[in-house]
Design a protein around this ligand. Structure first.
Ligand code: ATP
Ligand code: MG
Length: 512
């Protein structure tokens, strides 16, 4: 009997040895802490001394949080979900990893939240790959200069404040001045340009985001876009991670050699969310109650936009961050920070918006520091002189308002300038191709619009575009391939414009 028992024990011991040696049986070491305090999207945790900065922690109800503040005896955690079911004293576990998002081709055409969960009813994302949301910006050695234009399809921007692929161009203005409209028009204009567009909505009303998604879907632009939404009612933690998550998704496409456009709408809400978190975590407040690292918050985000050299894949990531100004104050804290981080800004003025000069771009206060180098040569020939004469015109016009008596040449310049301004007006969702823009702008510079009554100029410009036929396809291709037009070819275009505008004028005379 005793011998049999010993035999059994021996067999059992051998079996356990076998299981352990063959990894059937693994012991998991887990660190478990306790939740001390929770309120307004942040929590304090004790008992996890080995937690690393920015590590994900898992709470009892499945909600995750980011370890933000590491103090010797307490951790300040930013929650990424609802805190309603969390109780003081409940368990908190370390996850050993940092926060990441799904990346890959499967995201195209989808609407997701800041954690990468689908928000449309189109099933789960078919991708295994996940990238951390915070990644290092590309080193200088891998970066190429900005050399290819990114056409927004909006005349005033493409001509006077051009944007290049890989550039960071800020869009700023008071509320309701058409900031989102410019970004969305740019997305609509990319539909046959091999560009992947990511729209990151931060802290906006659900209704406006839904309208925007609908617009993208109707115009068939969703198929090359990704919409990442951190809506206004999300916890500040989700608002905070949204732009970084969107950038990682964009970087994946960039590293596959694609050109990517990413819109952050808007970073004012992002800065507010970060300020809220910092104050709740009792970090010391500085100017306008923002924490000391508010500049780093946005600089490390926008520094990830770049144009890669050919040998590193050749893709690009263009960033269009949007921010809202208060009462046209460009020198507030966040606007000045972003102006200094980006490669230029498009300023939208509420005054112009009220006058109906749409898009309400204030050319004098807008600038593009690198985009001009990326413009197509034939376009550059037109836009260079246009920029100069337009700014001269704006000065002259202010001067002329004082009732000064003007000589003929000045009056003529003012009349010409007014027509340029009319021609630059453009409705929403009507992006124009480069060729159409060149046609109109060349005609107005050559004075072909001088005889058209000012209130008919905008319409005449559109009529000129719709009269364009296939006869210009070779010229068009020449422009797109980066060649300059010869004087003869320019004349050919001008003659065409002249004949169209003459018939427009005849029409006006017949039905005034
Ligand atoms: P918010 O501060 O609320 O985000 P916003 O600055 O993004 O506003 P939009 O929502 O883009 O502004 O535009 C405000 C309004 O102006 C919208 O009703 C839009 O349709 C209109 N609008 C914008 N651009 C144009 C345009 N070029 N032509 C006609 N209407 C326009
Ligand atoms: Mg907006």
């Amino acid at each position: 009997m005793k011998g049999l028992l010993q035999q059994y024990i021996q067999q059992a011991a051998q079996h356990i040895d076998h299981v352990v040696q063959n990894d059937h049986f693994v012991l998991h070491e887990r660190e478990v802490g306790r939740l001390i305090r929770v309120s307004s999207g942040v929590a304090s945790v004790q008992g996890l001394p080995n937690t690393k900065a920015m590590e994900l922690l898992r709470f009892e109800n499945g909600v995750m949080g980011i370890a933000f503040n590491l103090d010797p005896d307490e951790i300040g955690v930013v929650l990424l979900g609802e805190d309603t079911e969390l109780k003081a004293g409940s368990r908190v576990e370390r996850s050993g990893r940092v926060i990441d998002v799904p990346v890959g081709q499967a995201l195209l055409g989808r609407v997701i939240d800041a954690l990468g969960k689908p928000l449309d009813n189109e099933g789960s994302l078919q991708t295994e790959l996940r990238w951390p949301i915070e990644r290092e910006a590309k080193p200088i050695i891998e970066r190429a200069p900005v050399s290819t234009p990114l056409q927004t399809g909006i005349k005033v921007i493409d001509a006077l404040i051009p944007v290049g692929r890989g550039q960071r161009q800020l869009i700023l203005g008071d509320r309701q001045t058409g900031k989102t409209a410019i970004a969305i028009d740019t997305v609509l204009n990319q539909h046959d340009k091999n560009m992947i567009c990511i729209y990151c909505a931060i802290g906006q009303r659900g209704a406006s985001v839904a309208k925007l998604i609908q617009q993208l879907r109707e115009q068939d632009a969703l198929k090359y876009s990704i919409v990442l939404v951190a809506a206004g009612e999300s916890t500040p933690g989700l608002l905070y991670i949204a732009p970084y998550a969107a950038t990682s998704i964009g970087e994946w496409f960039m590293e596959q050699g694609h050109d990517v456009l990413i819109i952050y709408d808007d970073l004012t809400h992002h800065a507010h969310a970060y300020r809220e978190l910092s104050l709740l975590l009792r970090r010391p407040p500085g100017r306008e109650a923002y924490p000391g690292d508010i500049f780093y918050l946005h600089s490390r985000l926008l520094e990830r936009a770049t144009h890669l050299k050919k040998q590193y894949g050749g893709g690009s990531l263009t960033a269009l961050p949007i921010i809202e100004t208060q009462a046209q104050n460009l020198s507030a804290y966040i606007p000045t920070n972003l102006i200094s981080i980006t490669d230029g800004q498009i300023y939208l003025s509420p005054v112009l918006f009220q006058k109906g000069e749409l898009p309400a771009v204030d050319v004098g206060k807008s600038v593009s520091r690198v985009g001009g180098k990326a413009q197509l040569p034939s376009y550059l020939d037109i836009s260079g002189p246009l920029r100069l004469s337009y700014s001269q015109f704006e000065e002259l016009e202010t001067f002329a308002r004082f009732g000064t008596r003007l000589d003929d040449a000045t009056r003529h310049n003012i009349e010409r300038g007014r027509r340029v301004r009319e021609v630059l007006k453009q409705d929403e969702s009507t992006p124009l191709s480069v060729f159409e823009q060149i046609m109109i702008l060349q005609a107005v510079i050559a004075g072909l619009f001088d005889t058209v009554p000012i209130e008919r100029v905008k319409k005449a410009g559109l009529q000129l575009c719709s009269a364009l036929t296939d006869q210009f396809v070779p010229l068009q291709n020449k422009i797109y391939s980066g060649e300059r037009l010869t004087a003869e070819e320019k004349d050919q275009l001008l003659n065409f414009a002249r004949s169209v505008l003459n018939s427009v004028m005849e029409n006006i005379h017949e039905n005034p």
